[in-house]
Design a protein around this ligand. Structure first.
Ligand SMILES: [Cu+2]
Length: 208
């Protein structure tokens, strides 16, 4: 059952384009803040997400995209809602492979090797974390994080994030980084009110 927190049409649009695409209206709130880091060059690609939001959150109708561009998985970190189909693309004029080793929630799988313009879809139907690798280019690494709800943001170089359209409530907000030894995860309890803005900054540092 889809939780009825906003009119169905608006809700469907929010899911289709990602939770951050719409400005907050009177029924929902915004969580925003900045991330500072020590031990890595920049906060880029830190993921901020709500651990659990009551309800069943439908995946988007259209696939999310994970491309391979100039020998890099792009985006480097792709958070998705459970049940989302990811289209794996190749924009390079060379062959790339996509596989992942056994990790949180997922066993090892090789999607195959393909050239420019081709793609393959895979649906991630369980919560988990996937490390994407390419067996043609051992230096390539990407990440997919499968979450319970669409209220997440990947931080930019400036360290700023914003999560919009959050239903009012009390939540645990968490951070995640590709290399957990380099930046320890942190969490904070946040309260979101209708039409309100909740500020939550994080200061992340290496695990000692
Ligand atoms: Cu490759």
């Amino acid at each position: 059952m889809i939780r009825n927190v906003m009119p169905v049409s608006v809700f469907a649009l929010a899911i289709a384009v990602g939770a951050q695409a719409l400005a907050a209206d009177g029924d929902t709130g915004v969580i925003k803040g900045s991330i500072s880091v020590s031990g890595v060059r920049s906060p880029e690609n830190v993921l901020v997400y709500l651990e659990q939001v009551p309800g069943e959150w439908a995946p988007p109708k259209d696939p999310a995209e994970m491309d391979q561009i100039k020998l890099s998985f792009t985006p480097a970190v792709l958070p998705i809602v459970k049940g989302t189909t990811v289209r794996f693309l190749n924009s390079d004029p060379i062959l790339h492979n996509v596989f992942w080793p056994r990790g949180k929630g997922y066993s090892t799988r090789n999607l195959g090797t393909w050239g420019k313009g081709a793609s393959k879809n895979y649906t991630f139907s369980k919560l988990g974390e996937i490390v994407l690798l390419c067996n043609v280019h051992p230096e390539m690494e990407g990440h997919i994080v499968v979450l319970q709800n669409p209220f997440f943001a990947v931080v930019d170089k400036e360290g700023v994030y914003e999560i919009k359209n959050v239903p009012p409530g009390k939540y645990t907000l968490k951070t995640w980084y590709t290399k957990s030894k380099k930046l320890r995860s942190k969490k904070a309890e946040v309260t979101v009110t209708a039409g309100g803005e909740t500020e939550q900054d994080f200061s992340l540092s290496r695990r000692r």
